[in-house]
Design a protein around this ligand. Sequence first.
Ligand SMILES: [Mn+2]
Length: 336
Amino acid sequence: MRFRRKMNNEKLMIYKQIAQAIRDARSILIASHEDPDGDSLGSQLAISRVMRKLEKSPIIVNQGRIPFKYQFLPDIADITDIKNFGGDDNFDLVMILECPDAERTGAVKNLIHNGVKIINIDHHHDSRPFGAINYLDDKASSVGEMLFELFAAENLPIDRETAILLYAAILTDTGRFRYNSTTKRTMEVAGRLIDMGVNPREITDKIYFALPQSTLRLTGEVLSGITFHENGRICLLRLDKKMIDNHKTDISEMDGLADYTLAAKDVIVGGLLKEINGGFTKVSLRSRDKIDVSHVAHKYGGGGHINAAGFGVNKPIDSIINKLLDDLKELVHGSV
Ligand SMILES: [Mn+2]
């Protein structure tokens, strides 16, 4: 009980420091990882709305395309892609969400000058306290959940749009409340957001049931190439550049594919290999229970969670797939 009170006091202190830093700031940049996802976008836009209610004019800059399924989010047009950013980068406060370090922001890191005050908010278990203020919680399902706690503790205004943004962040990062990261607290927060006007059916449909036809056709083609290994305990999917071009779709639309690798009975480890261009492959790994795929991701310079991790290599799919399969076999045999 005393430890919990001490931990809560520490958190309350961090909430106070974050709120004060926002109030004291003159020019704020909100950044997150390359290739934005539901948690990064929902969280960036939610904190931006709250900052504007505190009469701040934060700037949100990202590297990477916003997937079609997130285009409905409130204020989505407020996000600038780094390649189109031509503004003044004289920020006195930089908030970095969802990143183990500033490198993970990609080219946006060029806007983060030495000595600028950084607020680091993250829930990955391999994140490091690289900011002046660090709000880290690897027990939280998402940064969206962490921001709700901050806003609630500091009595910061959560309007319906902000609630929608936080809900989208939590929904996507828990795999629709399926991943191990989903706790009683996560559900309580989701319940509070529904009280604040979120319609769960509406948000879920907009994200998961409003896909472009090309995305579904391509998903069908990828699934038809599915392979199983080690008595069905390992499943691999591959998405070649040629397939993407044939379907005239964008790779950012295919981020839901990796979850299919765990759909079959008996599979305990899954891998999705996506060929970004002829010479670069992105790998998403998924696993069940205590099997820690972030081990394999770290081996290739990547990272992530125990049951969801990823990495990228400067090689075409065919020259990495067999080596990856060997690593996953070792994982399945518990020798990692
Ligand atoms: Mn997240």
